[in-house]
Design a protein around this ligand. Structure first.
Ligand SMILES: [Zn+2]
Length: 289
């Protein structure tokens, strides 16, 4: 085992946690009086996410667009983010659909936005599945969805809008209302953000890397092909014909993560990721090295 220290940076980062809707704007309405409207679910999850980040990540400061049930315009939300010169923006919503069978988590980014937005969206999606047991509906460009996604268009930093689940699906609405559901969803968003920071080398933490089975990837991009609670035998990856890197994460549920090199351009990385997906690594996603 070898200790690898990252580029430790004393710089402080700011993340905006944006609870969707509020006050006179309830968002999606609850199906019954005993359940919560969207604005309340969003706020509850948002405050939990912010608290997890504040408690666990040293160099990231949390700013909320609202901390109570009050109306904040979309303009003001973007203004708060831009005025504070924020580094990351996470908006939290709960979805609805005409079909009551549709369920799962979807993360929106603004069409054509920074690669970082996509990376953050990917890690949140993955953790929504792993930690909160949500169906992963994937990352979606927001261009076709209109005004709801205004905040993504008008924020000048990596920005994602998380649709935590569908209030129009009976089971999922109950999950979104439950203490357990809100807690797990908040943990998933936090963990997704945390992993994204790690991949960006933004987070200050010590990482232990088992480097004797591979040489460290130096490409600008790499693709995560697998994450596991236990170390995976490298023979599993032999058929790939690619160098696989194992990285040990001390504080995660999935402590062992496996990456392959993905070149120096994002388009090249996408090609490699698509090839890996076609080879059965359906959750493969790109991270910046
Ligand atoms: Zn909403």
């Amino acid at each position: 085992m070898l200790l690898v220290s990252l580029n430790l940076s004393a710089q402080n980062y700011i993340v905006i946690i944006d609870a969707g809707h509020g006050g006179k704007d309830p968002g999606n309405l609850a199906s019954s009086k005993t359940l919560l409207d969207e604005k309340h679910i969003n706020l509850d999850i948002a405050l939990r996410v912010g608290e997890l980040i504040s408690q666990n990540i040293d160099n990231v400061k949390v700013i909320y667009t609202r901390e109570s049930d009050k109306f904040v315009s979309l303009d003001d939300r973007a203004y708060i983010a831009n005025k504070n010169n924020a580094d990351f923006f996470i908006s939290i919503h709960s979805d609805s659909n005409n079909s009551s069978t549709i369920n799962g988590c979807r993360v929106h980014i603004h069409n054509g936005s920074l690669g970082e937005s996509k990376n953050l969206a990917s890690t949140i999606c993955l953790n929504m599945k792993e930690i909160a047991g949500r169906k992963n509906l994937g990352v979606q460009d927001s261009w076709q969805r209109g005004g709801h996604y205004f905040v993504l268009k008008n924020t000048a930093m990596p920005a994602v809008l998380v649709e935590c689940g569908f209030m129009t699906n009976e089971t999922e609405e109950i999950f979104l209302n439950s203490e357990k559901g809100k807690k797990l969803i908040a943990q998933a968003i936090y963990k997704g953000f945390d992993e994204f920071l790690y991949a960006m080398k933004v987070k200050t933490e010590k990482v232990v890397s088992n480097s004797n089975q591979f040489s460290q990837i130096s490409d600008k991009y790499k693709v995560q092909i697998s994450a596991s609670t236990e170390a995976i035998s490298f023979s599993r990856f032999k058929g790939l014909g690619m160098k696989v890197e194992e990285v040990f994460f001390e504080d995660g549920v999935f402590k062992y993560k496996y990456f392959v090199a993905a070149g120096s351009s994002f388009s090249e990385a996408k090609k490699i990721r698509n090839k890996l997906i076609s080879k059965g690594f359906s959750d493969a996603f790109i991270v910046e090295n």
